[in-house]
Design a protein around this ligand. Structure first.
Ligand code: AMP
Length: 213
């Protein structure tokens, strides 16, 4: 099993990068996407997660780790995972080590996308997502050819409910308080590669690609 973690603040480009390297034989696992789908489908997980997500808080660790274990159970020894938005707390990181160890595996690499705060805010407020295929655009940085319409599938673009200014501030604070310390944690273990995330999406994706191929 291969496990690569994409780390970075909300808006650092984890999802956009993962979408661009989808052909790299890694399964893109965005816990945010999985949770949003659960909320939309009204599943038990979605009902539990909804309130936390609306306010920009983290969903409880037990729910997240259960979701990850279910996902790993569906894979096999040849599976390769690109985690995006997970782990986000020290407890999630410890539990991830344990569930991987119990499957005879371990984290291969953690890639940190480093982006200044003011850039994060601009990216999050301008972000638009396709309702059809889920890929991300930005009103000025990655504009669609036709306003409001996805280049890839023609679906309608929308703004995520938690991409409003007030919730963005909360999400960045949650990141600083609960997630940022994981960078040092993985650096100590010599797993961390830091990349300049404040560059074009295609360049960044090629840098990530050359690290993980
Ligand atoms: P994202 O799409 O990664 O920005 O995640 C959107 C929201 O989903 C977050 O603000 C959290 O409420 C929730 N979420 C996603 N991943 C996790 C995680 N690993 N742990 C806890 N909450 C998460």
């Amino acid at each position: 099993m291969k496990v690569v973690i994409l780390m970075g603040a909300p808006g650092s480009g984890k999802g956009t990068t993962a979408e661009r390297i989808a052909e790299a034989n890694y399964q893109h696992v965005s816990t945010g996407d999985i949770l949003r789908a659960a909320v939309k489908d009204g599943t038990e997980l979605g009902l539990e997660a909804d309130g936390y997500m609306k306010s920009g808080a983290l969903v409880p660790d037990e729910l997240i780790i259960r979701l990850i274990e279910d996902l790993l159970d569906k894979g096999n020894d040849d599976s390769a995972y690109l985690f995006d938005g997970f782990p986000r707390t020290e407890l999630q990181a410890d539990l991830l080590d344990k569930v991987l160890e119990s499957r005879g595996s371990a984290i291969n690499m953690v890639i940190f996308l480093d982006v200044p705060r003011e850039v994060l805010i601009r990216r999050l407020t301008g972000r638009r997502i396709c309702r059809g295929c889920g890929i991300s655009f930005h009103v000025t940085n990655i504009p669609p050819k036709v306003e409001g319409v996805c280049d890839a599938c023609g679906g309608e673009l929308y703004q995520r409910a938690d991409d409003c200014e007030e919730t963005i501030a909360n999400r960045l604070e949650v990141y600083n308080n609960q997630t940022e310390s994981l960078i040092a944690h993985y650096e100590k273990r010599d797993l961390l590669k830091s990349l300049d995330g404040d560059q074009g999406a295609d360049n960044l994706a090629s840098e990530v690609m050359s690290l993980i191929k």
